[in-house]
Design a protein around this ligand. Structure first.
Ligand code: ADP
Ligand code: MG
Length: 260
């Protein structure tokens, strides 16, 4: 399987304060990677580093064997789609327009969006389950509807690699399942690499194949999700003293690791 992302000993500080350090992992085609860790452990910063938005102070983020920062912007946008956790839209675009913007890396300077782009957008709106929102103004949407709109925009980029920062935080359980099903399908049958930062541990443990666990200033675990998303690891990563609470809340995860 082709290696999409290779993160080697990545380090990054904001004004001298380390936010990410010693991060090592690899993302292959068809991988569904769960990125977890407590608030402030550097998950969002890591996504900005591997999408090429920020440059590491040490180490490197490689995309298809080449430094991610070395790619021209349009080429990068055809390879990576990144959905940030804060979705702010300054102007009043419609859902259709926002998703259509995802096609811009495929639009040459001498022409506008084509009929094929429109067809692709309508297809994706259906896939994400929001065809009825097409003409709504994006600023009139609920937080959940806005999340679905930006997931659709990312899919419209037809990327090799999909990076999502808490994409289901505002979604109801039905949409959460639909989105995770869709992401898992894009990875397994679409051949995409998918990395998701999320606090939906139960969903991650059901769908992710690999896990990366961060803590403030470092990395706790990288490997099979089966092993990483265990009760012990979760309790230790988040500093949960009452390990029994995980047994009560996420019973299916407990058997994965040896609970004390
Ligand atoms: P997470 O997504 O895991 O909650 P972040 O990557 O957002 O963590 O943040 C990691 C650390 O870097 C935190 O201590 C946060 O306060 C800090 N940080 C994040 N963004 C900035 C920024 N733009 N300027 C300064 N510090 C930041
Ligand atoms: Mg974050």
């Amino acid at each position: 399987m082709t290696s999409l992302i290779k993160a080697e000993n990545i380090k990054f500080s904001y004004n001298g304060t380390p936010a990410v350090a010693g991060v090592n992992f690899e993302l292959l085609e068809k991988d569904f990677l769960a990125i977890i860790g407590p608030n402030g452990s550097g998950k969002s910063t890591l996504l900005r580093l591997i999408s090429g938005f920020l440059a590491p102070s040490e180490g490197s983020a490689g995309l298809l064997g080449r430094n991610v920062r070395a790619y021209p912007k349009a080429e990068l946008a055809r390879l990576i789609a990144y959905v940030p956790s804060e979705l702010y839209v300054p102007y009043d675009f419609s859902v259709f327009e926002i998703v259509l913007m995802g096609r811009s890396p495929y639009v040459a300077w001498w022409r506008n969006y084509s009929e094929a782009d429109t067809i692709r957008v309508l297809e994706i709106l259906r896939k994400v389950g929001i065809p009825d929102l097409k003409d709504r103004s994006v600023n009139s949407l609920s937080s959940g509807e806005r999340q679905l709109t930006f997931i659709a925009q990312a899919l419209a980029q037809d990327p090799k690699l999909l990076l999502l920062d808490e994409p289901t935080s505002h979604l109801d359980i039905n949409y959460k399942i639909q989105i995770f099903e869709l992401l898992a399908r894009l990875a397994s049958t679409g051949g995409m690499g998918v990395a998701v930062v999320s606090h939906d541990l139960a969903l991650l443990s059901a769908y992710a194949g690999k896990a990366l666990i961060l803590k403030k200033g470092g990395q706790v675990f990288y490997g099979p999700a089966e092993e990483g998303l265990s009760g012990v690891n979760i309790a230790s990563a988040y500093g949960i003293r009452d390990a029994g609470s995980i047994a009560r809340l996420l019973p299916h995860m407990v058997n994965r690791g040896k609970m004390a």
